[in-house]
Write a protein that binds this ligand. Structure first.
Ligand code: HEC
Ligand code: HEC
Length: 111
């Protein structure tokens, strides 16, 4: 009896362990793989001229505690909408974070 419970516990623990290796809090993105998610994150960091820590709590990247991350999530939706609603003629994304941000946290403004 106790042996059965121990084995069941082990199976559940392994199951949870597997589930936790993937991203936990994606509300906008649907990356095909961890590699694709990483490449996209590196690209947006570069587009804004920031490090991951600008948006993330580095000990838990799924956390939404930083306001920059919340702003970025809205920006991701906006960028996707611009591309899918207005620039959808050849399938490629015409507008990226770089289009507006050009390596800066806030897009340059013409004085
Ligand atoms: C400009 C803000 C921003 C920067 C910079 C950024 N991220 Fe993100 N990251 C986000 C947002 C927003 C999400 C959630 C996307 C969604 O909801 O679909 C996210 C999600 C993630 C996740 C998934 C976490 C989970 O479990 O849900 C990982 C992992 C991640 N980022 C890694 C990185 C790494 C590594 C870097 C640096 C190379 C980085 N991010 C830079 C905004 C950012
Ligand atoms: C159509 C132009 C445009 C695009 C495309 C765009 N942004 Fe922005 N973004 C802005 C503007 C303008 C602001 C400044 C808003 C303000 O000052 O209130 C801003 C502000 C931000 C901020 C807040 C910066 C801060 O200092 O708090 C983040 C984070 C951000 N954008 C991330 C992104 C990411 C990530 C992408 C790509 C997925 C993106 N943006 C695409 C125009 C854009």
């Amino acid at each position: 009896m106790t042996k059965k419970i121990t084995i069941l516990g082990l199976i559940i623990a392994i199951g949870i362990g597997w589930a936790q290796t993937g991203p936990k809090n994606l509300l906008v993105m649907k990356p095909a793989s961890k590699k694709e998610l990483k490449m996209y994150m590196e690209r947006i960091s570069d587009d804004l001229g920031v490090k991951c820590v600008f948006c993330h709590n580095m000990s838990d990247k799924s956390s939404d505690q930083k306001k920059h991350k919340l702003a970025a999530r809205g920006m991701m939706k906006m960028t996707r909408n611009i591309n899918t609603e207005f620039l959808n003629w050849d399938g490629a994304d015409q507008v990226t974070c770089w289009t507006c941000h050009q390596g800066q946290k806030e897009p340059p403004v013409k004085e």
